[in-house]
Design a protein around this ligand. Structure first.
Ligand SMILES: Cc1cc2nc3c(=O)[nH]c(=O)nc-3n(C[C@H](O)[C@H](O)[C@H](O)COP(=O)(O)OP(=O)(O)OC[C@H]3O[C@@H](n4cnc5c(N)ncnc54)[C@H](O)[C@@H]3O)c2cc1C
Ligand SMILES: NC(=O)c1ccc[n+]([C@@H]2O[C@H](COP(=O)([O-])OP(=O)(O)OC[C@H]3O[C@@H](n4cnc5c(N)ncnc54)[C@H](OP(=O)(O)O)[C@@H]3O)[C@@H](O)[C@H]2O)c1
Length: 464
């Protein structure tokens, strides 16, 4: 994926003066909102974080609850803000995952998971530790949902929120940082004949445990992380598991090694009222269940920008470097839009950039220059044949992106060991999806990481 092109115009940030302390609203207290709040406060801004849940951690707060509509189509359903399943372990090693100056190291304590690819509860505890260490929880208004964000005539931002008791609050802020996550609004595949197909359906957002799939013939749609992991989770109890993939990548179609009841197919072409599911390669399966592991939509139901920002085919735009809408920068910004990335360290860099831009320490280009950059980026995607839905998909280009933002913030570039560890893990994940979390060969990189982490230790231990 090409990088956006303004780097040639903006090799180093320009300092502006004087520095300004702003009143900033942050939407969400997940990993993105927590680190945004820390960086904004470090920069001297006054911060209020709005969180609709009753605790920090965002999607890492596991719940066995699922939504009333298993496909997530009902716009009036009560949204469950997590897409975790019970068995979920991280798909990144902990050394890569953590924030730079608060490494995700092994800690003693009840319920802690010392594994290199730990369970979701360990990630939640890590985020809770982060919030405690930097005093973030005191900035958060829990059980308070942002219902409206809109620009005022004087350039300030109107933020309307509602607490659990239904009490509405209407306030004015200098800036809003949107960190509402993008893994709660299901995206579904169109399947010809689905309205007359008699089986059950669900989106992976509502998948928790494999038990309901016992002895069933299950079709999963998708070929990314959810489909790969959940198909294995279900294969332990189901009669047959068939994965239908639109983009197969380097996976091989047919029976999957290590399993006697797991197959990979091309995409579904149609389904019938007698329960048949027909794949594009002509194969046919009588199935009981279709599980859509088809990812999520960006969704900002509270945001009113009068057309300055739109979501179309999974592209949020226009956004300069995936962070600032040119017409509304720096007052409106987004943390966490890119995907196929190592999220937490990227969120940290984006947050530093936003905090510096809001205080006037870091200059942004003019609106016209930002817009020109976005257009050039879109053209470069088109020229490489990259579909619009992949606009925010980064993969290998994330390192250049991170280093570019780090240069804007005048902070250290991304660690080389971290790039290599991520690269090695990504490769092993595809080659050995069953074992990569428990067997690895990059111990040299683990040692380099541990050496690096010593820089952030106080009196021989990390902050508790
Ligand atoms: C199944 C799954 C597994 C993943 N596994 C990994 C992994 O192993 N490693 C990794 O690094 N990343 C993983 N990720 C990526 C993960 O999304 C990021 O790590 C990160 O946690 C996202 O943080 P966020 O703050 O952007 O969003 P979220 O964690 O979703 O937080 C957003 C917060 O905003 C709140 N919110 C939303 N709207 C409003 C509103 N209107 N008002 C008030 N509050 C609101 C929500 O309640 C939520 O708390 C995974 C993602 C998924 C879906
Ligand atoms: N820790 C873990 O182990 C773990 C587990 C699960 C998920 N995750 C994370 O959760 C996030 C979401 O992952 P995800 O797998 O749920 O979503 P995703 O990465 O967005 O992948 C969605 C998959 O569905 C396919 N798809 C989408 N729309 C389709 C359609 N209309 N028809 C057919 N196929 C369609 C996509 O194919 P195309 O590529 O062709 O669009 C892709 O294969 C990622 O960050 C991932 O890393 C982590």
């Amino acid at each position: 994926m090409p990088m956006q092109s303004a780097s040639q115009h903006l090799s180093m940030p320009t300092r502006l003066s004087p520095l300004i302390s702003r009143h900033v609203a942050v939407v969400g207290a997940g990993a993105g909102g927590l680190v945004a709040a820390r960086e904004l406060r470090r920069e001297g801004h006054r911060v209020v974080v709005f969180e609709r849940n009753d605790q920090v951690g965002g999607m890492w707060v596991y719940t066995s609850k699922v939504e009333s509509d298993p496909l997530g189509l009902d716009p009036n359903r009560a949204v469950v803000p997590s897409s975790l399943y019970d068995s979920l372990r991280t798909n990144l090693p902990r050394e890569c995952m953590g924030f730079r100056d608060f490494p995700f190291v092994i800690r003693d304590g009840k319920g802690r998971d010392p594994r290199r690819f730990p369970s979701h509860t360990e990630v939640l505890m890590y985020l809770q530790d982060f919030a405690t260490e930097f005093g973030i929880a005191e900035l958060v208004r829990f059980e308070t949902q942002v219902v409206f964000v809109g620009l005022e005539e004087d350039g300030k931002w109107n933020v309307k929120s509602k607490s659990r008791g239904g009490v509405g609050v209407d306030e004015i802020y200098d800036a809003v940082v949107v960190c509402n996550g993008h893994y709660t609004e299901p995206r579904l595949a169109d399947i010809p004949g689905i309205n007359i197909w008699p089986g059950k359906q669900m989106h992976s957002h509502n998948y928790r445990i494999p038990d309901p799939f016992k002895d069933q013939v299950v079709i999963l749609i998708g070929s990314a992380a959810s489909a790969v992991d959940i198909s294995r989770d279900i294969a332990g109890v189901a009669k047959e598991v068939h994965v239908a993939a639109r983009s197969v990548g380097s996976y091989t179609l047919g029976k999957q090694p290590g399993h006697d009841n797991l197959w990979l197919h091309s995409m579904i072409s149609c389904v019938h009222k007698d329960g048949r599911v027909v794949f594009e390669d002509g194969s046919v399966v009588h199935a009981d269940f279709i599980l859509h592991c088809t990812g999520y939509k960006y969704h900002f139901p509270f945001l009113e920008t009068n057309g300055a920002l739109v979501v179309d085919d999974n592209c949020v735009g226009p956004l300069y470097k995936h962070v600032f809408p040119p017409a509304l920068a720096p007052g409106l910004s987004f943390v966490g839009i890119p995907w196929k990335v190592v999220p937490f360290p990227m969120f940290e860099l984006q947050s530093k950039w936003i905090a510096g831009a809001l205080s006037n320490r870091i200059a942004l280009p003019s609106k016209e220059e930002m817009m020109k950059d976005v257009k050039a980026f879109y053209l470069s995607l088109g020229a490489c044949g990259i579909p619009k839905r992949y606009t925010h998909r980064m993969g290998a280009s994330q390192y250049e992106y991170n280093d570019w933002i780090a240069a804007q913030c005048e902070c250290a570039a991304y660690q080389e060991w971290k790039k290599q560890m991520h690269f090695v893990t990504s490769k092993r994940k595809v080659e050995r999806p069953e074992t990569y979390r428990d067997k690895w060969e990059d111990n040299d990189l683990v040692l380099q990481a541990q050496e690096d982490f010593k820089k952030y230790m106080v009196d021989g231990s990390f902050a508790q």
